[in-house]
Design a protein around this ligand. Structure first.
Ligand SMILES: Nc1ncnc2c1ncn2[C@@H]1O[C@H](COP(=O)(O)OP(=O)(O)OP(=O)(O)O)[C@@H](O)[C@H]1O
Ligand SMILES: [Mg+2]
Length: 286
């Protein structure tokens, strides 16, 4: 595995992490000897095929699950359970439907003590994600993209040291997804926030990442670490640069190899991936 020089402070470190579900008669290894680090203040993207174990890795880092073997540390201490330092933005919506958007954002501060400034901060965050005029609406009155932005605000108000985002843009249409990527760039470029962001979209990964971790097909392990050295601030214009094309073709070839392997061992999901990659490769070659 290639190991670029991720020389920054390693805030979260996974060392040979393995996760096996089930008992000895029906054991399933979902993560196998997975090692990587999250650099403090960096945007790290975890990318891998559908079903390969990404959510399991997020749950392990958040502390909802414990590794079967290996070690995960946060600032040098082994992770023993969930804390407010590491918050997750989930794959599916987690807003409370009976609360307004403002109340949802205020949920964290309302159960914590000593946040007298929280109301102003909630409104400022809602403005940052373009929802200032929607603070008194209920989640079901908002579009999918707006709901995802509200969730971002709801997580950020708690000032987590590390934000874990598990495919937060999954299921959004292409236009909304692009808009969300712009919001994410605006929110986090230069913010010094440590982020782990899960996606299956290569363009999205390259656009957002400082560091990228390519996962193997199931069971998940870190197949390759890539430093995305495109200049910031970034816009969609990076897609027209030669460096972007170079990074993309390198990433495609690795993920494609993983999909082929998964297919050979009987994964039908991998067949879709192979088809998608081949279609993308053709368009890329034109
Ligand atoms: N609690 C559990 N018990 C048993 N198996 C589990 C459990 N949680 C996850 N798995 C299995 O682990 C594998 C990886 O699941 P996981 O959700 O981590 O993958 P993923 O990469 O996030 O998938 P997706 O792309 O669908 O989000 C799957 O085969 C799943 O069935
Ligand atoms: Mg998942």
């Amino acid at each position: 595995m290639a190991h670029p020089d991720w020389s920054g402070e390693r805030e979260i470190v996974l060392e040979a992490v393995t996760k096996t579900y089930g008992d000895e008669f029906d054991a399933k290894t979902v993560v196998s000897e997975c090692s990587f680090a999250l650099e403090k203040g960096k945007f790290t993207v975890l990318i891998g095929p559908s079903g390969c174990g990404k959510t399991t890795l997020i749950n392990l880092i958040a502390g909802y699950e414990r590794p079967t073997a290996g070690k995960i540390t946060f600032e040098g201490k082994e992770i023993a359970g969930p804390t407010r330092d590491r918050l997750v933005v989930f794959q599916e919506t987690a807003l409370f439907p009976w609360m307004t958007i403002f109340q949802n954002v205020m949920y964290g501060p309302s159960v914590q003590q000593g946040r007298p400034d929280a109301k102003e901060e909630a409104m400022a965050l809602l403005a940052k994600v373009g929802l200032q005029d929607f603070h008194d609406k209920y989640p079901n009155q908002l579009s999918g993209g707006m709901q995802r932005r509200a969730e971002l605000a709801r997580a950020l108000i708690n000032k987590p040291r590390v934000l874990l985002m598990d495919e937060p843009l999954r299921g959004l249409d292409a236009m909304t997804r692009q808009l969300m990527q712009e919001y994410i760039l605006k929110l986090f470029e230069g913010s010094g926030q440590t982020i782990l962001f899960v996606t299956t979209e290569i363009d999205e990964a390259i656009l957002l990442a400082d560091n990228m971790i390519l996962l193997s097909s199931s069971p998940a392990s870190a197949k390759e670490l890539i430093r995305v050295d495109l200049p910031r601030p970034r816009t969609e214009a990076v897609f027209d640069t030669p460096r972007y094309a170079e990074l993309k073709s390198h990433i495609l070839s690795i993920l494609y190899g993983e999909a082929l392997q998964a297919f050979a061992s009987g994964s039908r999901a991998a067949a879709d991936l192979i088809e998608a990659f081949e279609a993308r490769r053709k368009t890329g070659a034109e």
